[in-house]
Design a protein around this ligand. Structure first.
Ligand code: SAH
Length: 383
């Protein structure tokens, strides 16, 4: 897994194939790296602090390492982060960064402040291999998984940005893997990146403040249940298989019944204390009627749940409309009356195309999906 990460990192550097990018190593990875060098395990703590808390890229600045060790590190390792090519603030305090990766790909990361809470929305893949019909990332196609360095590099970039302005204040309190991509299809790298997020020597986020969002990759959910202890969000979006097949085609592989069984197993693995957050995008006339809400209640039975209603965020060529406020309110009320904690997510950052489902980055598509969509659109234009 770490090999996988390093190969994509090495590819990116081009000129230093033998160097290990320490940005992509969690504590275990760093300890193994130092053990190979004949160094003690506590070096991992030192490096985590330098790299993540202090944002240092140059071994020469690491003053608590001997000159000899620094020289050795320079020969064998590097700290290389994806480059921020655009940072953009919204009038509502939302902030978006575009990061350049190798091969002409770009990904997006978004910070959303909300009172005491500051949430960073992180991407896990370049594009997405899934094809949810209401999501603009889906239209970009897919290029590849992000490396650990590229995932954690997003948090590091945002952290460095805020640290320069608000020293010692904790601005980023939560991380959600809800940017571009399906995190459970990049399992190993996502786990290692989450380990770094929650390590006290780097960002020290509590596990319940790190949320992984999945479209419902059942085997990945079962692995996550034992290998990590983070919060889980499931993008449900429909209460019947017929409708969900259309909105989230992954449902054909893992239908609602199987998905809900996996949710129950996830809760049980966490000694009964876990709750699953179900995301439900509100699409006008598609999945937003009182009947859908009642069907949803049946689906959620037996699973400790919270529901996030997400008003659909439009994007060019999208075929859906956002539900009316009245429809959302009625839907919300039905769930609340049945005792399900339900929150309607406020739309944030849409003036800089940073809202949920609007992240597009720049994907060197390997799936020919961009061409397919363009052809469909020109066909429709011709009618
Ligand atoms: N693949 C993962 C994570 C990325 S999507 C998943 O499916 O959960 C993050 C959330 O944004 C998901 O709930 C997704 O369904 C939602 N989303 C996607 N497009 C959207 C849009 N246009 N408007 C509102 N929410 C959207």
């Amino acid at each position: 897994m770490q090999n996988d990460d390093q190969s994509s990192v090495t590819e990116a550097s081009g000129n230093s194939p033998a160097k290990v990018n320490l940005l992509g190593l969690d504590r275990r990875g760093l300890e193994a790296f130092f053990a190979d060098m004949g160094e003690k395990a506590f070096r991992a703590s030192q490096l985590l602090k330098w790299i993540h808390q202090l944002g240092v890229d140059d071994f020469d600045e690491m003053t608590n390492l001997s000159k000899a060790l620094r020289t050795k590190l320079q020969a064998h390792a590097e700290i290389r982060a994806p480059q921020v090519v655009l940072d953009q603030g919204s009038s509502d305090g939302t902030h978006k960064w575009v990061l350049r990766l190798d091969g002409g790909n770009h990904i997006e990361t978004v910070f959303i402040p909300d009172g005491e809470r500051g949430t960073l929305c992180v991407s896990s893949q370049v594009g997405c291999a899934l094809e949810c019909s209401f999501c603009s990332t889906a239209r970009q196609g897919f290029n590849r998984n992000l490396s650990v360095a590229e995932i954690i590099g997003q948090l590091r970039a945002a952290y460095t940005f805020f640290n320069a302005r608000h020293r010692d204040e904790r601005i980023i309190t939560n991380v959600v893997l809800m940017g571009m991509g399906e995190p459970l299809l990049n399992f190993e790298n996502v786990i290692a990146a989450m380990n770094i997020m929650t390590d006290d020597d780097s960002y020290g986020l509590s596990k319940r403040r790190v949320t992984l969002s999945t479209a419902g990759v059942v085997p990945g959910m079962d692995r996550l249940a034992v290998e990590a202890d983070v919060s889980l969000a499931v993008s449900l979006h429909a209460p019947t298989d017929e409708l969900r097949n259309e909105l989230v085609p992954l449902n054909r592989k893992y239908p609602i019944k199987e998905l809900m069984e996996a949710c129950k197993r996830y809760v049980q693995a966490g000694s009964g204390k876990r709750k699953i957050t179900f995301e439900y995008v509100m699409l006008d006339g598609v999945n937003d009627t009182p009947e859908h809400a009642r069907q949803l209640l049946k689906v959620l039975k037996g699973v400790p749940s919270k529901v996030n209603l997400i008003p659909f965020n439009p994007f060019p060529q999208g075929k859906y409309q956002r539900s009316s406020n009245k429809a959302i309110e009625t839907f919300w009320r039905i769930l609340m009356d049945a005792g399900i904690t339900t929150v309607t997510r406020r739309t944030r950052g849409d003036d800089i195309d940073a809202a949920c489902g609007q992240l597009v980055g720049k994907v060197q598509d390997r799936t020919k999906r961009q061409q397919r969509y363009a052809a469909q659109e020109s066909d429709q234009g011709g009618l």
